[in-house]
Design a protein around this ligand. Structure first.
Ligand SMILES: [Fe+2]
Ligand SMILES: [Fe+2]
Length: 134
């Protein structure tokens, strides 16, 4: 569904790797949805995605802190807002209020790809400039 490419590279091997795993987690959910997996299994896949995203966000925030990236605070808010939105979806889905649709998959896909290209790239740029200075 989404393919990681070098266009998404933040010039950090570990964080690039994590982004690829995040894409893979979303793909697993999408495949589950497509093949008509049951609710329990979709809930499980979405939990895995959220947990993985949380771990990635905290690693990324530690990295931004280490390189003294000035945009850390607003970047963290973006992360929190994503977790909140996906958690809200999951809670409502578990409660039977809404179905698991392609909409949530697309929301997550758009969010992740846009976030990497707009926000994550900022710390990558900062890191490269800073490395050049030193
Ligand atoms: Fe980020
Ligand atoms: Fe990221």
């Amino acid at each position: 569904m989404i393919q990681w490419s070098v266009n998404y590279s933040v010039k950090n091997e570990q964080l690039d790797q994590e982004h690829q795993t995040l894409f893979a987690a979303l793909d697993k959910f999408y495949e589950g949805l497509k093949s008509g997996e049951g609710k329990q299994s979709l809930v499980q896949l979405m939990h895995e995605l959220i947990d993985y995203a949380k771990g990635h966000f905290s690693n990324e925030e530690a990295f931004m802190k280490r390189i003294e990236f000035p945009g850390l605070a607003s970047h963290s808010i973006e992360h929190q807002s994503f977790v909140k939105q996906v958690n809200d979806f999951l809670m409502r889905y578990e409660a039977g209020e809404i179905p698991a649709s392609y909409e949530i998959t697309h929301f997550i896909m758009d969010w992740i790809t846009r976030h990497i290209k707009r926000e994550d790239m900022q710390y990558a740029k900062w890191y490269l400039q800073r490395a050049g200075r030193m």
